[in-house]
Design a protein around this ligand. Structure first.
Ligand SMILES: [Zn+2]
Length: 109
């Protein structure tokens, strides 16, 4: 199995991740969206671009929005909610249910 895809399947919306590469390297954030087909994730307030929205009417002020852009899931590593360390995950099947396990502290993620 492809390693990148494998890590992506392991990531879920709401997970906290550490960014390993790119302009937001070493920052932590929460996943707000997973795009499985593109192998990408969107992390809250990271990898943002500033967009300037022009005013619709004369006299109105334009607004500036910061939008989080998707980036490759391979650039992120999950942060274990139990030991608060960036970790790799392993998978166990308990009662036919897939459970993610932190490789550092063995807790369920
Ligand atoms: Zn852990």
């Amino acid at each position: 199995m492809n390693l990148i895809n494998f890590q992506l399947i392991m990531l879920k919306k709401g997970d906290h991740v550490l960014i390993l590469a790119g302009k937001d390297k070493n920052k932590k954030g929460k996943i707000v969206k997973v795009l499985p087909i593109k192998d990408k994730i969107i992390v809250d307030k990271l990898n943002t671009v500033k967009k300037h929205i022009k005013p619709k009417k004369q006299g109105e002020k334009g607004t500036r929005l910061e939008i989080s852009m998707p980036f490759p899931a391979s650039r992120a590593m999950i942060v274990c909610p139990n030991c608060s360390k960036p970790t790799r995950q392993s998978v166990k099947f308990i009662d036919n249910k897939k459970v993610r396990i932190c490789k550092k502290c063995q807790a369920e993620i």
